[in-house]
Design a protein around this ligand. Structure first.
Ligand code: C2E
Length: 351
């Protein structure tokens, strides 16, 4: 479930959304299983999102909504479900590798004990050995036992090598899954979850180092109107365009993220207020400077503009307070005509 829908489910619209989901499932003759319920909440919470569009397409094409289809949609569109499935798979592979390594170690342990017993037996036989033929037989037994233990050791080594490779592959895959779960699929910027974590950690670092920290929030002006006029696909491209400008500006330790629908955020660690302001002015101007074209028809879309608010962290200030002040500055930018940058400190000075 996306964060926007998660938020709705904890707000005033929650019960009405849940009721609508049940009614819509009944109308479409879909069983209200927990998974279907989750899919339908996501679909009605964001009818224009990728899952919403896919379900609408299926319903209007009269395609059956089986459990297998529901599983597939969940794996594709519900990020948490996908993550859980990946983690379950990784757990299974890890279990398999650990049991195979532990079986190989038990075998090696038994082989070592057998070898020890063979050596002891040989020592006893040597004392009572009588003549060359008996000695030859003892040495030949010892040589056989030594070959066996060598083979077992080589076997164990091979097994451990395979398992080490498999576990390294798994850890790389899990790292990729972790990165995906922190990335916004449309824009490739950090998602809200990643951003919240990075902001918390940037605040902690700023506190321990006594360093500067600024936070900016950016919102595309009149995005809804734009979406309604040109459609969601073009709207998505505009989001990608704005994200590409932010991504290019996020050099060094700066972080750029998609914070919500058409809202973005940036963290600026260790930079002075004039430097942050200059960077944000540059971003604002660059975004507004491009005449965009609709890719399918080549229609002139004009330019998009963004409103920006930012706040410079005060000593000991929490992440949520910093975010609140940056948000207030963003709304001041919107109120005073959009397409501008406002710093929270200027509002405080004016007050
Ligand atoms: P994208 O369509 O995947 O394009 C990725 C990059 O390929 C663009 O990065 C740009 O460097 C290059 N590119 C693609 N198509 C063209 C083109 O027709 N002309 C030129 N000169 N370069 C092109 P960029 O510019 O940072 O844009 C990032 C994303 O923003 C694009 O991803 C697209 O989704 C969106 N975008 C940017 N400009 C426009 C536009 O004029 N119209 C639409 N519909 N989307 C745009």
């Amino acid at each position: 479930m996306t964060e926007a829908v998660e938020t709705t489910l904890r707000g005033p619209e929650a019960y009405s959304l849940a009721r609508r989901a049940v009614e819509a499932m009944e109308a479409a003759q879909v069983w209200p299983t927990p998974l279907n319920f989750e899919l339908w909440l996501q679909y009605l919470g964001e009818p224009d999102g990728p899952l919403g569009r896919e379900i609408q397409r299926m319903l209007s094409a009269g395609e059956p909504f089986t459990e297998a289809v529901a599983e597939m949609l969940a794996a594709e569109y519900l990020p948490r479900a996908r993550l859980t499935e990946e983690i379950r798979d990784a757990g299974r592979v890890l279990d398999r590798e650990l049991s195979s390594v532990s079986a190989a170690i038990s075998r090696a342990h038994k082989a070592q004990s057998d070898y020890g017993r063979t050596l002891q037996g040989a020592a006893g036989s040597l004392e009572s050995a009588d003549g060359a033929p008996q000695l030859r037989a003892i040495v030949s037994d010892l040589s056989d036992a030594t070959h066996r233990i060598q083979r077992d050791n080589e076997d164990l080594e091979r097994k451990l090598e395979v398992s080490t490779r498999e576990i390294a592959r798994l850890s790389e895959h899990l790292e990729q899954v972790r990165r995906d779960s922190m990335t916004d699929a449309l824009t490739n910027l950090a998602n809200r979850k990643a951003f919240d974590e990075q902001l918390e950690s940037a605040c902690e670092t700023a506190l321990t180092e006594g360093a500067r920290l600024s936070l900016a929030v950016l919102d595309i002006d009149h995005f809804k109107r734009f979406n309604d006029t040109w459609g969601h696909q073009t709207g998505d491209q505009v989001l990608r365009y704005v994200a590409s400008v932010l991504g290019k500006a996020a050099t060094g330790s700066r972080v750029a993220a998609r914070y919500g629908g058409e809202e973005f955020a940036m963290i600026f660690p260790r930079e002075s207020l004039p430097d942050v302001e200059a960077a944000l002015e540059g971003i604002r101007k660059e975004i507004g400077s491009r005449a965009l074209r609709r890719r399918s028809t080549n229609d002139d879309l004009g330019a998009v503009t963004v409103s920006i608010g930012f706040a410079h962290r005060r000593g000991g200030e929490s992440a949520s307070s910093l975010l609140g002040r940056a948000d207030a500055a963003l709304y001041a930018s919107k109120r005073s005509g959009r397409n501008r940058v406002t710093c929270a400190d200027w509002l405080d000075d004016a007050a």
